[in-house]
Design a binder for this molecule. Sequence first.
Ligand SMILES: *[C@@H]1O[C@H](CO)[C@@H](O)[C@H](O)[C@H]1NC(C)=O
Ligand SMILES: *[C@@H]1O[C@H](CO)[C@@H](O)[C@H](O)[C@H]1NC(C)=O
Ligand SMILES: *[C@@H]1O[C@H](CO)[C@@H](O)[C@H](O)[C@H]1NC(C)=O
Length: 419
Amino acid sequence: MGRVTSVVVGKHKSSKLALLCVALLGLAFLLDLFWASSNSPPSIYQSFISPKKIVFLPFSSNNTQPQKEGKKKDGKKRFLSDTFADLDGPELNWEKMAGAPVPRLDGAAIQIKDQLFVFAGYGTIDFVHSHVDIYNFTDNTWGGRFDMPKEMAHSHLGMVTDGRYIYVVTGQYGPQCRGPTARTFVLDTVTKQWRDMPPLPVPRYAPATQLWRGRLHVMGGSRENRHTPGVEHWSIAVKDGFFLEKEWRSEIPIPRGGPHRACVVYNDRLYVIGGQEGDFQAKPGSPIFKCSRRNEVVFGDVYMLDDDMKWKSLPPMPKPDSHIEFAWAIVNNSIVIVGGTTEKHPETKKMILNGEIFHFNFDTLKWSVIGKLPYRVKTTLVGFRDGWLYFTSGQRDKGPDDPGPRKVIGEMWRTKLKL
Ligand SMILES: *[C@@H]1O[C@H](CO)[C@@H](O)[C@H](O)[C@H]1NC(C)=O
Ligand SMILES: *[C@@H]1O[C@H](CO)[C@@H](O)[C@H](O)[C@H]1NC(C)=O
Ligand SMILES: *[C@@H]1O[C@H](CO)[C@@H](O)[C@H](O)[C@H]1NC(C)=O
């Protein structure tokens, strides 16, 4: 849930809690009216949202970014967060490759050598895929489609590989805004055989997932209602596609919960990058679990675990970034992260996509923007092979002048990367 540490509403600048609450309620009411009279948020969920059901939650104060002065219509000066603006970066040459057999949003992808295994995802808000497509980076073709187990989640999965076996943990089961399943599977990518594994103690939606020191780690994500951040962290010993223990072990909770984060291991350290608190949630009582928008707080926080087994905070991303769970590649001593979403627009409240390639050097702990994408895109799926950075799938923007989300894509693009 959000945290309030400082709120100033109109002239009511008071330390009294009661007044603060009244002010917050008033603000919530005004915002509700504003949203009710404005357009629905433009996203795949677009036509499925009843704006009146939007629930206002207090903003977190933890994404304070450089502020710049803006002007309100009435001429009064105000401070407008810079976080929704595109950041400068070099232009890159992009080559359009063969598109995926199907468009997909919120799917998953794992690269093993010259193959990108692309799983599941929404085709539309009412239809989810239940199969795997494979891209071959050597001859740049798609093929090798095969089915997923019927009980496996269709989006927002936790997923990681040891180079042959792919561990698939929890995720959302079904279309719209249905909740998550705790079911867990292992895929042998050589034989294409699936195996059932002990479920997570509770279901999670889009948790951070990695293999670290012989254990499968799963942390954060959203709880069963899809919105409330989970901070729990579990692990289980694994080897060659088998769990070596009967039960998941509780580990040190992550300082900040929530879904849609990049999670990587580099040089024996575990990193969790970006993400958000809150997400769309099923409308209460809706038989089809119709998505309705809740407040979200996007952040660029970076957390790291090493020998101390205590979470350390590292320098945050150049701007808040979420929807990046499979949108990264490790290249030499760094991670590159492709696109994502940032904080909603402060005035229109619309979702804003990112069109940058972010770069973090694990040795210097420095972030930079190393290039621009052909368009802004969220939950894209990334691979890296022979100096080429590839991305496919996700949801792209409306155009160069409108960073709001629009079309679900299957396009594949690549660019030569030089760090
Ligand atoms: C949020 O911000 C407060 C105040 O700046 C800080 O004390 C706290 O540690 C932050 N929390 C996280 C999870 O970053
Ligand atoms: C990818 O394509 C190349 C060239 O056609 C082929 O030699 C290679 O075996 C393919 N990779 C896999 C894993 O099938
Ligand atoms: C990674 O490092 C190698 C060796 O220094 C270098 O040749 C290569 O160009 C680097 N890769 C990228 C994408 O910059």
